[in-house]
Design a protein around this ligand. Structure first.
Ligand code: PXP
Length: 249
């Protein structure tokens, strides 16, 4: 079965809206685990707009499922990863003005610098993943960088689903799905663990969960959004059920 790693950043977004102590992302992570989350993911952004360093260290102490840290490839963030020792470090691009991660990392263009960072994280005991667009040259570069895990960006599939009136069978949506499918099989063929994520929701996850050979889905905004209405445990349970119903295994 595909594993579900729940990104809880946006619980901290609500907290930071008031710069107060609630809702506590650590409690949200515990609830997500009770709902069946197989892993917890957080992104410490350089501008600390949602998750704070203290959240990371508290999660590391309290959460028993694998903890995944999304981070920009900067010396400050590599240092934070080495100090907090998550199970997986996930390299992502970061832009100051973006609302969320906008595209995959151009790892092919930055391979020499990234290779040293991947080596440092690997020596620190972490699995290292890179978030890339569904393109062969980027997946080749993930392997060349020393990462053992590749996460395929599903944002274009998600955008297409919205632009085509939420119809999953639409030709354009299916074209984007096919790009993700091809990329996943290519990455797995190279020996990489292949994960996927971004923009997945309770409505569109079936198109991606039905792709063979995906190990983990990383989903955040939709799960947290739905949890505001039905609670975190239920929101995670519903997403797990959607994945299970669509999955091949
Ligand atoms: N994967 C990566 C690499 C991301 O940067 C994000 C967003 O933080 C996600 C998955 C989750 O995306 P979403 O919040 O749209 O589910």
């Amino acid at each position: 079965m595909i594993k579900l790693c729940v990104n809880i950043d946006h619980v901290a977004t609500i907290r930071e809206a008031r710069k107060t102590i609630e809702p506590d992302p650590i409690l949200a992570a515990k609830e997500a685990c009770l709902g069946g989350a197989d892993g917890i993911t957080l992104h410490i952004r350089e501008d600390r707009r949602h998750m704070q360093d203290e959240d990371l260290f508290r999660l590391r102490k309290i959460i028993k499922v694998p903890l995944n840290l999304e981070l920009a490839a900067t010396p400050e963030m590599i240092d934070l990863a080495l100090k907090s020792n998550p199970d997986m470090a996930m390299l992502v691009p970061e832009g100051r003005n973006e609302i969320t991660t906008e595209g995959g990392l151009d790892i092919a263009a930055d391979i020499n610098r990234l290779r040293d960072m991947v080596a440092a994280l690997t020596e620190g005991g972490m699995r290292v993943s890179a978030f890339v667009d569904a393109k062969e040259e980027q997946i080749d570069a993930v392997l060349a960088s020393g990462c053992t895990v590749c996460e395929i960006h599903t944002g274009q599939y998600a955008e297409s689903f919205i632009n085509n009136n939420f119809v999953i069978d639409n030709k354009e949506v299916q074209h984007e799905r096919a790009n993700v499918h091809t990329a996943v099989q290519y990455a797995v063929g190279l020996g990489l663990q292949c994960n996927a994520g971004h923009g997945l929701t309770h409505l569109n996850v079936s198109g991606i969960a039905s792709i063979e050979n995906i190990s983990e889905l990383h989903i955040g905004h939709s799960i947290v959004s739905r949890s505001v209405l039905v609670g975190m445990q239920t929101s995670v349970r519903e997403m797990k059920q959607q994945i299970e119903d669509s999955s091949h295994e």
